[in-house]
Design a protein around this ligand. Structure first.
Ligand SMILES: O=P(O)(O)O[C@H]1O[C@H](CO)[C@@H](O)[C@H]1O
Ligand SMILES: O=c1cc[nH]c(=O)[nH]1
Length: 237
């Protein structure tokens, strides 16, 4: 048990999927896991543990933004022994070629800052996904036929952005989408010798203004969850 996660030692699996939305955690656990049970409800940041094709899996909400993600990822890694952390998030599309409901696999993430800036100082550290997870997720997405894009994303500290010039530069430099957690997840995984990946579903589009309602962001992104599970356990059948 930690300050933010009420599970007992051993109740969290080594593989953890991390949506920002705790209700997406509940939906994903109830939809995709066998024998899923609630292991955390501190602050309503729901966490569940069950199995997928016989493999233990936890699904723990991270909250929104890198400071919140950092709390949960730190405790999952340092106190509960998590080794593989896969974000299952929503994002805003930033390229014409990226459509609503498409999946983005984040190879790397650009930021203005992260909670790790205090220790990285002047370094422009390049947060990157675990190659094995990325490769397995790409294969899983191709096998499903899900429209999928692989490349760089932008992890922003703000949802309501007042710097359109920054978004313009992201678009110009080929960034596929914007979300708010992946960069710090990748940095923490690197620091603690864990594996991390962000599998994202495009919920809205910065260029077209299209947007899905919150109900769909909570419980309709099944391809993303299956791709994440298959990436974690590529040999499962
Ligand atoms: O849908 P989730 O996983 O929360 O991800 C995205 O949605 C939230 C903003 O609405 C931010 O957390 C952003 O990263
Ligand atoms: O962080 C996010 C998530 C979804 N859509 C956005 O525009 N930003």
């Amino acid at each position: 048990m930690t300050i933010h996660i009420g599970a007992e030692k051993g109740e969290i699996a080594e593989t953890v999927l991390m949506p920002g939305d705790p209700y997406r955690a509940k939906w994903a656990a109830e939809t995709f896991l066998q024998d899923a049970r609630l292991v955390n409800n501190v602050r309503g940041m729901l966490g569940f543990t069950g199995t997928w094709k016989g493999n233990p899996v936890s699904i723990q909400g991270s909250g929104m933004g890198m400071p919140s993600l950092s709390i949960y990822a730190n405790e999952l890694i340092r106190d509960f022994g998590a080794k593989t952390l896969i974000r299952i998030g929503s994002c805003g599309g930033m390229q014409d070629s990226v459509g609503i409901r498409d999946v983005i696999l984040a190879m790397t993430s650009t930021t203005l800052s992260t909670p790790s800036r205090g220790i990285l100082k002047e370094l422009n550290f390049a947060p990157c996904a675990d190659w094995g997870l990325l490769q397995a997720a790409a294969q899983a997405a191709a096998a499903k036929g899900t429209p999928t894009h692989i490349g760089g994303i932008y992890s922003s500290d703000v949802f309501y952005d007042e710097r359109p010039d920054l978004n313009e530069q992201m678009v110009r430099h080929g960034i596929l989408g914007v979300e708010m957690e992946a960069a710090e997840l990748y940095i923490l995984a690197a620091r603690h010798n864990c594996r991390a990946l962000a599998v994202l579903t495009v919920s809205d589009h910065l260029l077209t203004g299209e947007a899905l309602p919150s109900s769909e962001r909570e419980s309709s992104f099944g391809d993303m969850v299956e791709i994440a599970l298959q990436a974690a356990f590529p040999d499962a059948d």
